[in-house]
Design a protein around this ligand. Structure first.
Ligand code: BG6
Length: 484
């Protein structure tokens, strides 16, 4: 839709950026932190482990000062469950509480609103040993952990996110190192969706608890949502797109917002004898929960065609592919490359217009304000001799995506803020340190920790001006804007 004039960004729009504990903090076993599933997994060949990452645990003051210099209104970070509860349940590690108190206070010192993710891919290893999300007790483990967070940080944290990318945990667990399967599991799909069910219930209960304990706070989910296009206008392709939209996107939001299972997904699970078992009270808990906003990560859309059941049964596997690509389920859909879209150096399609389409669709379905909790470009950045990183490709990516948010605002979508991935360079989920996303460059390589010093990328200066102009000035960076 063409609009003769765009609406401005809301005046209290939350500009910021995101990170997650296991990818940025390092200090993986320091000051009493217990191991998480990320610390004990086998990292993909050729990629760094997660022991040091960007060393934010020791450098949070410097990082937050740089975020303040960019003018951040918010900083989205996650709290490592096993830093607070080394065994996942039981005794609290006071040093963990102290660390996050320090991070929160440091943000507030600069007027930066802390936006806290309660769980970002890092189940305590001790709970993995007890069956992880497959154990029905996991609902209680998570709610107890949530209570500790609300109690200790709720006086200062107003914005909470429950589970980062639950759909990715469910659909791509093996790629990001989170899937835990019990020995001898015969119906993997059933097990995965039972785990998914426990997460949905845990999330619902945590949302209710948040509203009970912290009446002024706001809480929402944070799945990875991206619209699925049909490969053509063939009716069979339209059905395939509806199938994948339901499995990838709407299952998570229908449940978070309305407390109901998406009917298409339910029938798919029924076909595979994989519908989850409800514990007494689950249904009520899910119906009672009401998020205040929808947090969501967006990288790119997907495109699918109809997938003949017989032709695909030999090769397809629903758990293959990563967060953004390479998926097929026999008789349901097959993902294909969209010839209209360019790709990043790491093979992810780039689709800013799809960002607008995704947000319009979400807003029409759920009528809740949207908070973008991730969006960004992973690239090989180069540090020049004079300490610069000329990442004009990242600036271009953000120009295009932020422009589409403004168009979506003009379409009538309500937005709370924009937190791209990532504030600081960190370790990717499965492609190591070389896949950089930050506005702030971290001087280390895949295996050589070097100085870990911070450098401002060109995108740092550009984003600073975007924030200062409240999204009005997205023009290219000028040489005189790069200083110090
Ligand atoms: C999201 C995750 O899937 O995408 C982040 O929430 C992740 O943890 C980000 O880092 C980018 O993905 P990747 O695989 O490039 O690190």
């Amino acid at each position: 839709m063409y609009h003769p004039q765009n609406q401005p960004f809301p005046k209290d729009f939350l500009w910021g950026a995101s990170t997650s504990a296991y990818q940025v903090e390092g200090a993986s076993l320091e000051d009493g932190k217990g191991p998480s599933c990320q610390d004990v997994k086998q990292v993909p060949a050729g990629t760094s482990d997660l022991k040091v990452c960007a060393d934010q645990y020791h450098r949070y003051k410097e990082d937050i000062k740089l975020m303040a210099e960019m003018g951040f209104k918010t900083y989205r970070f996650s709290i490592a469950w096993s830093r607070i509860l080394p065994n996942g349940t039981g005794e609290i590690n006071q040093k963990g509480i102290d660390y996050y108190n320090n991070v929160i206070n440091e943000c507030l010192k600069y007027g930066i609103e802390p936006l806290v993710t309660m769980f970002h891919f890092d189940m305590p290893a001790a709970l993995d040993e007890r069956g992880s999300w497959g154990n029905p007790e996991s609902v209680k483990w998570f709610v107890d952990f949530a209570a500790i967070l609300f109690e200790n940080f709720g006086d200062r944290v107003k914005y909470w996110l429950t589970i980062n990318e639950q759909n990715v945990l469910t659909l791509s667990g093996p790629v990001i190192g989170t899937l835990h399967l019990p020995e001898g599991c015969t119906n993997v799909l059933k097990e995965i969706y039972q785990q998914n069910h426990h997460m949905l219930v845990a999330q619902a209960k945590a949302m209710c608890l948040c509203h009970e304990m912290l009446p002024g706070a706001k809480i929402g989910p944070a799945p990875n949502i991206s619209l699925v296009y049909p490969a053509s206008c063939k009716p069979e392709d339209i059905l395939a797109a509806q199938n994948f939209n339901a499995i990838r996107n709407w299952l998570y939001l229908d449940m978070a917002v309305y407390g109901i299972y998406n009917a298409i997904v339910w029938s798919y699970l029924k076909d595979h004898d994989a519908t989850p078992t409800f514990a007494p009270g689950d249904e009520e808990a899910m119906k009672n929960a009401h998020p205040d906003f929808i947090g969501f990560n967006y990288y790119n859309t997907a495109t699918v065609e109809a997938a003949d059941f017989d032709a695909l049964t030999e090769t397809a596997d629903a758990t293959l592919g990563d967060q953004q690509s390479g998926r097929a389920i026999p008789g349901v859909f097959r993902q294909i490359h969209n010839p209209n879209l360019p790709k990043t150096q790491f093979g992810w399609e780039i689709d800013p217009v799809g960002f607008r389409a995704t947000t319009r669709e979400m807003y029409s379905r759920y009528h809740l304000p949207l908070l973008v909790t991730e969006n960004g470009l992973g690239a090989y950045d180069t540090l020049t001799e004079d300490g610069r990183i000329h990442d004009e490709y990242r600036i271009k990516y953000y120009q295009d995506h932020i422009a589409q948010i403004q168009k979506s605002i003009t379409d009538g979508t309500e937005f709370l803020g924009y937190c791209p991935w990532s504030a600081v360079d960190l370790i990717s989920t499965h492609e190591g340190m070389v896949k950089r996303y930050g506005f702030i460059y971290v001087d280390r390589d895949e295996f050589d920790l070097k100085t870990l010093d911070r450098f401002k990328k060109d995108s740092f200066y550009w984003y600073k001006r975007v924030i200062a102009s409240n999204g009005e000035d997205l023009s290219d960076l000028k040489a005189e804007e790069i200083y110090d």
